[in-house]
Design a protein around this ligand. Structure first.
Ligand code: PMM
Length: 289
């Protein structure tokens, strides 16, 4: 099967085709995310940041209240709701298209009631058995990320025979279970889970990005979240010292251009303005014969 081209992304409920990769801006309402921990922990600051990302051209803003960095501990649904709900409600009311980044079905439900359009669950419904029934009943689009267990010890599960084939197979199995649970296939977006149970010193992340076509062949839109992640810090290291997260944006935009040119449906990024330009370059690139 050949790689899909602009205009032939598979159908996704609730989203019209715009002929290019979508830019999803990250709003972490957390004290401890690896990339921007604490910067937007206050609701007002998070709202202002989300509005600024929309103003910079983000097609969606992804609001999350639980850090999933390697080693992170879980946050309970009550605390997560306290963090994200005012931010989701205000951004949606202001006209931003909001996605909710959560593993809790109750947080997803209340965020959708408050105006979120899409649910982004890094566990693909594995962390909370109530998630798939909620997604089936609500009909909202749902991001299914490749996940091998909670962030606290996920890096111990970064073992693959063939990372591309293994991730593709595990995602396909997950899709089958989710559809069996009553979710429409047209609701699903797939995500290789860059940095999640992937070893930044092995080829795992690079191989998945380089072979995005293997995931696209599953026939669903693909979202990529590579922005500022550790494997880029290692690539750009000076000696043994990894480049800090906030100085990985140029490399992140380079990844955006490459995966958008390869046919990604969306990129989840921090530096929205640069990535909006990158996806426009990629769309023009793909349109060229
Ligand atoms: N990465 C993070 C959080 N949520 N969601 C999806 N779908 N894909 C990702 O790769 C992803 C995610 C962690 O990154 P952050 O700390 O910058 O939010």
């Amino acid at each position: 099967m050949s790689t899909p081209h602009v205009g032939d992304f598979p159908p996704l409920i609730g989203f019209r085709e715009i002929g290019r990769c979508r830019v999803v801006g990250v709003v972490n309402v957390t004290p401890d995310s690896f990339s921007d921990g604490g910067l937007w922990f206050d609701s007002a600051a998070a709202i202002e940041h989300g509005l600024a990302l929309t103003g910079s051209g983000a097609d969606l803003v992804d609001v999350g209240g639980e850090s999933t960095r390697p080693g992170a501990q879980r946050v309970d649904a009550g605390e997560e709701l306290r963090r994200v709900l005012p931010v989701v409600a205000e951004l949606a009311a202001s006209g931003s298209v909001v996605s909710i980044d959560t593993m809790h079905a109750d947080v997803a439900r209340q965020a959708v009631e408050a105006g979120a359009t899409l649910v982004n669950d890094v566990s693909g419904g594995l962390a909370d058995p109530a998630m798939v029934p909620f997604i089936a009943a609500s009909g909202v689009p749902f991001v299914v990320m490749h996940w091998r267990g909670a962030s606290a010890d996920m890096q111990a599960r970064a073992h693959y025979d063939d990372v591309v084939a293994d991730v593709r197979r595990e995602l396909a199995q997950r899709v089958a279970v989710i559809v069996d649970g009553g979710v429409d296939l047209d609701q699903l977006i797939l995500d290789p889970g860059i940095g999640f149970a992937k070893n930044p010193d092995a080829d795992h992340n690079w191989a998945l990005l380089r072979h995005l076509d293997a995931l696209l062949e599953l026939g669903r839109p693909v979202l990529v979240g590579a922005s500022r992640k550790t494997f880029l810090g290692r690539l750009l290291a000076t000696g043994d010292e990894a480049r800090p997260p906030a100085q990985r944006d140029h490399a992140s935009s380079a990844i955006t251009a490459l995966v958008a040119a390869a046919g990604a449906w969306g990129v989840r990024v921090h530096d929205v303005a640069a990535d909006v330009d990158a996806v426009r370059v990629a769309a023009r690139w793909r349109a060229q014969s």
